[in-house]
Design a protein around this ligand. Structure first.
Ligand code: FES
Ligand code: FE2
Length: 342
């Protein structure tokens, strides 16, 4: 499938964009990111107009980039302001600047027609910047197409098999899901509510709840990039109050940003925000380490799938069952968006 263009994608965690020049390819487009002295993130095409030298391998002069090959100098808006050996700067000497927005501790970049970029369309993940939550995060490079990560995240029944001993228990695969699609907003919802289930080590060690639990997994996928998993963990039988108060439960907001790098590689950004054990750094360390381990299990599986796909004959048919309804809905929305943007 072609890339879904005219969309916002997460390019980086805010903390990754600073004084250094950061090279990152998004949807096949090489981009250099940095932050101006005023703190504003900048995204420019990572290719000097002169002889293609990567600007990310060049140097900063204040808020400007000076090409490391022959010194073409660019403003943060991409305009070339100096060339060596002559006063006159060719009119076409500019590199494309990408619309960038920093929101919810993420740096979003617009891939497509810059004139169509509307920051109001960026989906929100308010926990990430909230003082009521503590977040751990990372990014794992995936040698697999982003569609495989979408499939993976929309069907969590794989937790039981791929992530046993971390977040998988028998109940995840056993409990049926409900799937809803908001066609107008373009959002896929998948919900799995487990009653009186085993508490996996990931939550037992972090929440301190030792017995059986009620475990909710409510997925909200905003294609193409943002995936939210609202995870509720409570001692078995503890329901939210009639007024909606749910302070007796623990909540983990698990956020993924699924950003295609090339047609067969992906930036797998992950974040785990929690509203419990806020002060406990040991819990932060544990969640960061366990979640990374879990993701590396996914990465290994998806890298393997990418190799299988590369070697298979045209027209191979998969078999889908009930657990795949969320993934299939996501594929349908993505195909529709890709077509609309091409
Ligand atoms: S390639 Fe950049 S100045 Fe020559
Ligand atoms: Fe997984």
């Amino acid at each position: 499938m072609p890339f879904v263009r005219n969309q916002w994608y997460v390019a980086a965690h805010s903390e990754e964009v600073g004084d250094e020049l950061l090279a990152r390819t998004i949807c096949g487009e090489p981009i250099v990111f940095y932050r101006t002295s005023a703190g504003r993130p900048v995204a420019l095409a990572d290719r000097c107009v002169h002889r293609r030298f990567p600007l990310s391998a060049s140097n900063r002069d204040g808020d400007r980039i000076v090409c490391g090959y022959h010194g073409f100098t660019y403003d943060p808006d991409g305009t070339c302001v100096a060339v060596p050996g002559q006063r006159r700067i060719p009119r076409t000497a500019r590199v494309p600047a990408y619309p960038v927005v920093e929101q919810d501790t993420l740096v979003w970049v617009w891939i497509g027609d810059a004139g169509k970029a509307d920051p109001a369309r960026i989906p929100r993940a308010p926990w990430l910047g909230s003082p009521d939550y503590v977040t751990v995060r990372g990014m794992e490079p995936l040698a697999a197409r982003y569609e495989l990560l979408v499939d993976n995240l929309l069907d969590l029944s794989h937790e039981t098999y791929l992530h046993a001993g971390y977040i998988g228990t028998p109940e995840v695969a056993e409990t049926p899901i409900t799937t809803e699609v908001d066609e107008d907003a373009g959002i896929v919802y998948v919900s799995r509510r487990m009653k009186d289930a085993e508490c996996p080590p990931f939550y037992a060690r972090s929440t301190g709840i030792t017995g059986r639990i009620d475990r909710w997994q409510d997925i909200e996928y905003h294609p193409p990039c943002l995936y939210l998993l609202h995870s509720r963990i409570a001692p078995a039988g503890v329901e939210p109050g009639p007024d909606g108060d749910d302070s007796a439960a623990c909540h983990a907001e698990i956020v993924y940003a699924i950003t295609p790098e090339t047609e067969t590689t992906t930036h797998d950004f992950w974040m785990v925000s929690r509203d419990f054990a806020l002060e406990d750094e040991e819990v932060s360390r544990f969640l960061a380490e366990s979640n990374r381990t879990v993701i590396l299990q996914d990465v290994a599986a998806l890298n393997l799938l990418e190799q299988v796909i590369a070697g298979e004959p045209e027209g191979y048919q998969e078999l889908s069952i009930n657990i795949d309804t969320g993934g299939l809905a996501a594929r349908r929305l993505l195909a529709r968006m890709a077509e609309a943007s091409s």
